[in-house]
Design a protein around this ligand. Structure first.
Ligand code: F6P
Length: 462
């Protein structure tokens, strides 16, 4: 292969530019040209296929900055539809016209879902990204275990269920142990939890902090580093009685409680507490918001004003407050763990393409004896028997539902990721740049302005 394409699909993460950087560095070494397709699959739906040469003369363009969050080539929630054969043919035709012989998609499980039909037309490899850490398998046979039951009221007519597994859960067997973007999201979430504690402590309040992650509790689990008293994860249905009992115990002891709740938590009937709207985004995800508010409301009713009056703390409404960490956990400069492994996975994706793999993915594996290493995995192995790729949920064994904290195994899961996740330069960067006088005197200069000057179109290619 002499020329390949790269695109970034779905929500941004802090590690995507690091992955692009890793891919470009490897492409330079292998003397392969690499074109960045603008705004994900949206570029391929556009007959002009806007794109940028990322390594003219096998030199990385200066805009590629692995320390910058987001994606320099833009992203969108456009995905290829496997049923739209004509559209897929058109896309393959456009890629051929650009001279692209292989494609790297930086994306999550939603992106991989749509890749198979494209991979039948052009060799395609995925490099993983998601802050939710919901892309992978808890053990290799997990995808075979899904069952589906008819559900006429749902999109597609089926509901997918995962029965209890016979497979032994072992950290060494996880497929794609952790995804770039997750460590930085936890870095921000844990920092937010730590900061909110002081308000809860000073004002004798109960803080409920909502973190992202959709139906996977990994970010909530990792926020344990910020030392919340209680963590609620989507994989364990909320037991309100137990929660209130624990809150009372803690409040009585320390006059403040800090609770982290994953945005996808469910009640005992499996209903999402934060699912405010049934509308779905183009990847089919339910928009989640309001889990923390729902928990607050239930807690206000169960504790009542009377409970707080005995502590001279006003009403339940005043005492319990919610905050979302929000998109700050998805943005900004990646910490060194994400930069390093994001780049490795981008490089591995290039290697896989050049070695002749197709419909494959670069993964980050962990071994208790060897540590982390990148590998390749056949994308089909992520599919259930009907061809669908499910978001990975946190294995329930990583969490202790009684203590509402990471279990000992959960701690073992987190340690290899986070013990060295922050580099000295990460802190030095803040010291040198945040209060730089120029920040006040000069307007922000967006990367989009520079990239726009480099965009080329298919027509121009002749
Ligand atoms: O999947 C990543 C994620 O950040 C989720 O954690 C969150 O629910 C969602 O995306 C938010 O999406 P949007 O930016 O479209 O609101």
């Amino acid at each position: 292969m002499k020329r390949i394409g790269i695109l970034t699909a779905g929500g941004d993460t802090p590690a995507i530019n690091a992955t692009i950087h890793g891919a470009v560095v490897r492409a330079n070494q292998l003397k392969v040209e690499i074109l960045g397709l603008i705004k994900g699959f949206n570029s391929l739906f556009n007959p002009r296929v806007p794109h940028v040469r990322l390594n003219p003369l096998y030199q990385e363009i200066p805009e590629i900055d692995p320390t910058k969050g987001g994606t320099m080539i833009g992203s969108s929630h456009d995905y290829v539809d496997p049923n739209e054969k004509d559209e897929l043919d058109l896309i393959a035709h456009r890629l051929r016209n650009l001279g692209i012989e292989g494609l790297i998609c930086v994306g999550g499980h939603g992106t991989l879902n749509g890749l198979q039909p494209l991979a039948e037309r052009v060799p395609t490899v995925l490099a993983p990204k998601t802050i939710d850490n919901d892309f992978g398998l808890n053990y290799p046979s997990e995808s075979d275990e899904w069952v589906r039951v008819p559900a006429p009221d749902t999109k597609g007519g089926y509901r997918y269920e995962h029965p209890e597994s016979l497979a032994v859960f072992n950290l060494d067997y996880i497929v794609n142990y952790v995804t770039p973007g997750y460590a930085t999201a936890v870095f921000v979430a844990a920092g937010g939890v730590e900061r909110l504690r002081t308000t809860a402590e000073s004002h004798r309040r109960i803080a409920i902090i909502e973190v992202m992650g959709r139906r996977s509790g990994y970010i909530a689990l990792g926020s344990a580093y910020g030392r919340p008293d209680i963590i609620l994860v989507p994989e364990h249905p909320l037991d309100m009685e137990h929660l209130v009992e624990r809150v009372k115990h803690l409040y009585d002891l320390q006059k403040n409680v800090v609770i982290v709740c994953g945005e996808g938590i469910v009640d005992e009937q499996g209903r999402e507490l934060g699912a405010e709207t049934k509308t779905t985004d183009p990847a089919g995800n339910i928009a989640l918001s309001g889990a923390a508010e729902a928990v607050r409301y239930k807690m206000m009713l169960m504790l009542g004003d009377q409970y707080f009056q005995q502590y001279r703390r006003g009403t339940a409404r005043e005492a319990i407050f919610t905050r979302k960490v929000g998109h700050t956990q998805r943005g900004g400069r990646p910490i060194v763990f994400d930069r390093f492994y994001g780049a490795q996975l981008g490089a591995k994706a290039v290697e896989l393409l050049l070695e002749g793999h197709n419909n494959a993915m670069s993964t980050l594996q962990y071994s208790s004896t060897k540590g982390f290493q990148v590998d390749g995995y056949d994308a089909n192995r992520f599919r259930d028997r009907w061809g669908y790729i499910h978001a990975r949920r946190m294995d329930p064994l990583l969490y202790d539902p009684k203590l509402m904290q990471p279990s000992p195994l959960g701690i073992d899961y987190l340690l290899p990721i986070f013990t060295e996740a922050i580099g000295g330069d990460d802190m030095e960067h803040i010291r040198q740049t945040l209060f730089a006088p120029g920040n006040l005197a000069q307007p922000y200069h967006s990367i989009n302005t520079d990239i726009k000057k480099r965009i080329r179109y298919l027509e121009a290619e002749g």
